[in-house]
Design a binder for this molecule. Sequence first.
Ligand SMILES: [Zn+2]
Length: 345
Amino acid sequence: MSKAVLALSCALCLVYPTTVSAWGYQGHKVVGSIADQLLKPNAKQQVRQILGFDLRTAGPWADCVKSVVRHDDGTFRYEVDPNHLEFEVPCTPFSAKEERARIVDYVRRNWDTCSYTPDGFERGCHNTFHFDDIAVQRTRFDRNFQGQNPHDLVAVIGAAIAVLTDKPMAPPFPFSIKDKKEALFMLAHFLGDLHQPLHVGSVYLDANGRRVDSDIAHAVDPATATSGGNAIQDQNVNLHHEWDDIPTDIGDAATRELLSDAREVSASQGRIEDWPAAWASDSILVSHDAFRGLTFKLIQTEPANTWSVAFDDHVAYLRAQDAIKRKQLAKGGARLAEILNAIWP
Ligand SMILES: [Zn+2]
């Protein structure tokens, strides 16, 4: 690869890191691991039987599918990126022939169900399942707000629950979920994403770095979009990545502290169908804390607007961030188990 191409792709990956996962894979494993330990016997048995993996192993699956490349002739192939062998680390449990075939099939079926072109190239609809971009001025999730869509994080969790409960899927239904095993792979991942606050709440900024409310204009001006903090640089890291990383002392499995926090998470109210939106509302409130005490400055306009971030009190911010991450991981694990225990009491 030439230097020019490298520079270009690097510039693009700073702005649109489409291959990047929420929580890193460690966070997804931790959420799955907490849920594994909170499953009641029947749910545990069903997961073992249908999924064939524990939830800790399954957590990163929906990011592993990002290694499927669509070629110009319309064929789809799973290709390990030699420049990013680290992406493959959590995906080796799915390297058996039939698991790889399942992954390719999932991407093929979910590629054209919507159009997603964040950098001018078609990226496949399945990439949109991982997030919402609700403005931080909102205090809840609502289908009337900007930054949501029919193929977003809340919708995909609802769709997976519908498949697992044998419920008909309400149209419009921009997902193809083949079977309960696929639905479980999806739930195990997307419950993690739902609890990373920057996967749900987003800040919109103008050229002066001031916060913009996209719901006043009833439209998102793409020039103001930060894509959940992906377009905000904190030194060499973008703010979204910074929130994806989990505290290193946790490792990649549930700790005693996280399990004890997860057991304290209050039970969800109402119908299971309403839980994903209620949890998204909770994550929007958490995102308020994630964007508190920050000021922004436009530093780059090509290939897309990028802002730098400054902190009122960086040490206090990092301390709060660490505490929020632990709390959110515990909630994600508790709620993943809560769904499955409700489906299989
Ligand atoms: Zn994700």
